[in-house]
Ligand binder design. Structure first.
Ligand code: AHG
Ligand code: MN
Ligand code: MN
Length: 327
């Protein structure tokens, strides 16, 4: 609400939308905390558009978010990791709203059953189509630099909501006894240099030479640059990103020979975290360019991701460029 004044034509719709997302986050959090007690662990028996196994909590979180923002009335449509097509809401209230939202309802699915931190990621755009119309695909396929807000929720040792509206990054911790997100991390900034590198190293031999050179550099001993760095990889993007944001570090999911665009999705994983990291003073790159400038062609397209502390991202970019120049 305090930031609302920064937007010349703000009507409070975005604040209401963020509060609806907060409600969904509390509902998902409640369920995540009970995982193991109720019959909510494990797979549903279906696969999503990516051909990945859908977990019961993926589906629950997807419904919780969709319903919270639909009935909140501040969006005309949503796109989700769990659904092949976007959903356009056709009630009069929704048609009249200004925003669309994209989300990864539950990130880190493979960690659900083993009690490791998972998350929710969201991205919000102003619609391109006219207010009053049904949302269409062009409302969603906008480059990341057009985002008006983005954020994530981490269901960790405590539950946090971290978001930006383009005026810095703020983090709110859920105070369970009153059920409210309270401002705990004001104006978050990420260190320009870090000592943590996060990558699924099992894939390293199938990554490009530039990436391999960088990872090997991270492991070399050098007192001046505090190397060797620490390798930390949970396998939940939100959790790996959140730790690196606070402590300084780089998260990498490069392309591999088998999957040249990597694994992560542009619209609801890379873009929102890229907006946040830039607002915190860090960088997000495809290895050859800024994530936020990628022109999307598909709701579910994948993109290589190098994200985190500015100097670390720039170093790996330089090694990738050098490899290209030598080829
Ligand atoms: P999701 O659970 O939404 O499908 O995302 C999983 C992603 C991301 O959270 C994580 O960093 C990455 O997959 C891990 O992939 P690998 O197991 O290939 O390392
Ligand atoms: Mn994910
Ligand atoms: Mn997911």
């Amino acid at each position: 609400m305090e930031r609302q004044g920064d937007f010349p034509y703000a009507s409070g719709d975005l604040s209401r939308l963020l509060s609806d997302i907060g409600i969904a986050a509390k509902i998902i959090n409640h369920k995540v905390n009970k995982a193991g007690l109720q019959d909510i662990l494990g797979a549903v028996g279906t696969t999503n558009i990516q051909g990945e196994t859908q977990m019961k909590l993926d589906v629950f979180a997807d419904n919780a978010l969709l319903n919270a923002v639909k009935w909140g009335g501040q969006v005309c449509g949503v796109g989700s990791e769990e659904n092949e097509k976007y959903t356009a809401f056709d009630s009069e209230v929704n048609r009249k709203s200004k925003y669309v939202m994209l989300f990864d309802p539950l990130d880190g699915s493979s960690n659900i059953d083993v009690n490791v931190s998972i998350g929710t990621i969201f991205s919000i755009f102003r619609r391109n189509s006219s207010v009053g119309d049904l949302a269409n695909i062009n409302d969603f396929l906008q480059p990341g630099d057009q985002q008006v807000a983005a954020g994530y929720v981490i269901y960790g040792s405590s539950t946090m909501l971290v978001y930006t509206t383009g005026h810095g990054v703020n983090g709110f911790t859920l105070e369970p006894s009153i059920g409210e997100f309270c401002l705990s991390h004001e104006n978050m900034k990420t260190p320009e240099d870090g000592k943590i590198y996060s990558i699924n190293e099992g894939n390293l031999l199938t990554c490009s030479e530039g990436v391999q050179t960088y990872v090997n550099w991270c492991k070399q001993t050098d007192k001046k640059t505090s190397r060797p760095y620490s390798g930390r990889y949970i396998g939940s993007l939100v959790a790996d990103f959140h730790r690196n944001l606070i402590k300084g570090g780089i998260y990498m999911y490069p392309g591999t020979t088998g999957a040249p665009s990597g694994k992560l999705r542009l619209m609801y994983e890379a873009n929102p975290l890229a907006f946040i990291v830039e607002q915190a003073g860090g960088k997000a790159s495809t290895g050859t360019g800024r994530i936020l400038e990628v022109k999307p062609k598909d709701l579910h397209q994948r993109v290589p991701l190098f994200i985190g502390s500015k100097n670390m991202v720039e170093r790996v970019e330089a090694l990738i460029a050098a490899e290209k120049a030598n080829a």
